[in-house]
Design a protein around this ligand. Structure first.
Ligand SMILES: Cc1ncc(COP(=O)(O)O)c(C=O)c1O
Length: 420
C-alpha cells in the first residue's frame, strides 16, 4: 500500500456495508451457517433462501400430485423465457432477447454454429489463445465437423487486444471471446472490439460467464450479436444450472437454429411436423427444460428482477477496490501480489493474486472455513458477489490469509495435496 493511501480498518468496512445499496438483498440468501467465507462466486454462487422450499413444493405439489398435469397447470415450460426476461437487464439486454436453457458449452456451440451459418464475410473464427478450454474445444469441434462436410473453417488465436485488432480483417467471420479472463480477471473492451469486428463485417459472440451478475455489461449498447453465460456462477442459479443465451433481434429468423428441437418451435404444443422455429432467441431453446434446475434458478432470477444493474456495478466495484487495497495493505509485504487489473474498468468478476505457496494456502484457508479457488501455477481467485458479500467479510478473509502466511501454517504437510 502506498504511503498516501488511507488505512482500511474494520470500521471502514462496516461503514461501507451500512451504505451498501444491496444490503437488503443479502438477506434473501442462505449463507453458510458455520460463518464460513465463500469467496467463490466465480465458481458457484450462493443459495437463495427460498430455494429448498420451492423445490420441495415443486416435488410434492407438482410432481407427486399433479404429475403430467404439471406441464399444463404450472409454469414449467415457460421458465426458459421468464427467467431470461428476469435476467436481461443485468447484461444490458431487452427481456425478449434472452433465454435460459441447456449448459454454457452447448449454448456456445449453438451460437457459434449459428453465427457461422449467418456470417456475411470471411471464413475465420478469431478467438483468444488463452480462452477457457470449452470455448476452444467448441470451435475446434465445429471446425472438425465442417471439415467432414467439405467446408473450411479457419481458427485464429490472438493473445492481446492489440493482437485481436491486428488480426481482424476481411477473412474474419466471427470474433469469439470470453469477456473476462477466467484466470486473471482481465476484461476485454467489449464496445471497442465489437465495433472493430463489425467494421470488417464480422459477427461477435461474447462468453459472459465471468462477467454476468458482477460487472457492467451492455450488450445492446455495444451492439453485440450473441452472448452466452454460465448460470451457476455470479447469477446464483445453483450447481449445474442451465445457461443463458442472448441474441440481438437483427438475427431473428436468419436461419434455422443449429439444433432444431421441438421447444424451439414457434408453437411447440401444436405438434406440427413441419419445423417452424420461434423467430427470436426462443428458437434456440431445444428440448424439455430442466424443470427442477429451473425452479432453483428462478429463485435467483426473481432476486435479480429486484436488482438495478447500476447498484450491482457500484457494489462490485466497492468490493473489488476494498479487497485489492486490503491485500496490498495487509499482505503486500508477505509475497502476495494482486495480478488482476487494478483499473476497475478492466477488471471482471473476481480478484486474483499470486503467492509462491498459493495451492497450499488455498488448502489451509479451506481448513479454516474460507473458500477461494487455486489456479496453477501460483494464483488464487476471490469471486466477489455484489448480491451477498459484505466488506466486513473481506476484512475477515484477508486477516485470515495474513495469519496463514505469517505463521507459515500453509507449509504444514497436510496442505500439500492441492485440490483444483
Ligand atoms: C468462461 C467459461 N466458459 C464456459 C464454461 C463452461 O460452462 P459449462 O460447464 O456450463 O458448459 C466455463 C466454466 O467454468 C467458463 O468459465
Amino acid at each position: 500500500m502506498s504511503a498516501t493511501s488511507p488505512l482500511i480498518t474494520l470500521d471502514t468496512c462496516l461503514e461501507l456495508d451500512r451504505n451498501d445499496p444491496l444490503r437488503e438483498i443479502r438477506g434473501r440468501f442462505s449463507l453458510p451457517q458455520s460463518g464460513a467465507l465463500h469467496f467463490d462466486a466465480n465458481s458457484i454462487g450462493a443459495m437463495p433462501k427460498d430455494a429448498p422450499e420451492r423445490v420441495r413444493t415443486l416435488m410434492e405439489d407438482g410432481w407427486r400430485e399433479l404429475s403430467r398435469r404439471g406441464w399444463a397447470e404450472l409454469d414449467w415450460l415457460d421458465k426458459p423465457r421468464t427467467m431470461g426476461a428476469g435476467l436481461a437487464h443485468i447484461i444490458g439486454a431487452d427481456p425478449d432477447d434472452v433465454v435460459v436453457c441447456d449448459n454454457t458449452t452447448v449454448n456456445l456451440f449453438k451460437m457459434l454454429s449459428y453465427a457461422w451459418r449467418n456470417r456475411t464475410s470471411g471464413n475465420t473464427i478469431l478467438t483468444e489463445a488463452h480462452n477457457f478450454p470449452t470455448d476452444i474445444f467448441v470451435a475446434e469441434g465445429l471446425q472438425d465437423f465442417l471439415g467432414s462436410a467439405g467446408q473450411e473453417m479457419k481458427l485464429d488465436l490472438a493473445e492481446t487486444p492489440e493482437d485481436v485488432m491486428a488480426r481482424l480483417g476481411d477473412d474474419t467471420a466471427v470474433l469469439y471471446l470470453t469477456h473476462t479472463d477466467y484466470r486473471y480477471s482481465r476484461k476485454w473492451d467489449m464496445a471497442a472490439l465489437t465495433k472493430a469486428a463489425h467494421d470488417v463485417g464480422a459477427l461477435v459472440i461474447w462468453d459472459l460467464s465471468h462477467s454476468a451478475g458482477a460487472v457492467e455489461v451492455d450488450l445492446k449498447g455495444c451492439d453485440a450479436d450473441f452472448a452466452v453465460a454460465c448460470g451457476y456462477k455470479y447469477l446464483c442459479g445453483g450447481p449445474g444450472s442451465p445457461a443463458m443465451i442472448y441474441m440481438h433481434p437483427r438475427h431473428r429468423a436468419s436461419s434455422w437454429p443449429t439444433i432444431g428441437g421441438w421447444f424451439g418451435q414457434a408453437d411447440f404444443m401444436a405438434f406440427k411436423h413441419r419445423y417452424d422455429p420461434a423467430p427470436n432467441v426462443q428458437g434456440h431453446n431445444t428440448g424439455t427444460p430442466s424443470v427442477i434446475a429451473n425452479e432453483i434458478f428462478s429463485c435467483a432470477s426473481d432476486i435479480w428482477r429486484d436488482v438495478k444493474a447500476v447498484d450491482m456495478v457500484a457494489k462490485h466495484k466497492s468490493l473489488s477496490q476494498t479487497v485489492i487495497a486490503l491485500l496490498d495493505q495487509e499482505c503486500g509485504d508477505l509475497g502476495v501480489e494482486v495480478i488482476s487489473p487494478r483499473d476497475y474498468d478492466q477488471q471482471g468478476g473476481h480478484v486474483a493474486f499470486s503467492h509462491a505457496g498459493a495451492g497450499s494456502i488455498s488448502e489451509a484457508l479451506f481448513a479454516r472455513g474460507m473458500i477461494c479457488s487455486f489456479r496453477k501455477p501460483d494464483s488464487l481467485r476471490l469471486g466477489l458477489s455484489p448480491l451477498y458479500h459484505s466488506h466486513e467479510e473481506l476484512w475477515r478473509g484477508v486477516a485470515l490469509l495474513k495469519e496463514i502466511i505469517e505463521t507459515e501454517t500453509w507449509r504444514d504437510p497436510q496442505f500439500s495435496k492441492v485440490a483444483i
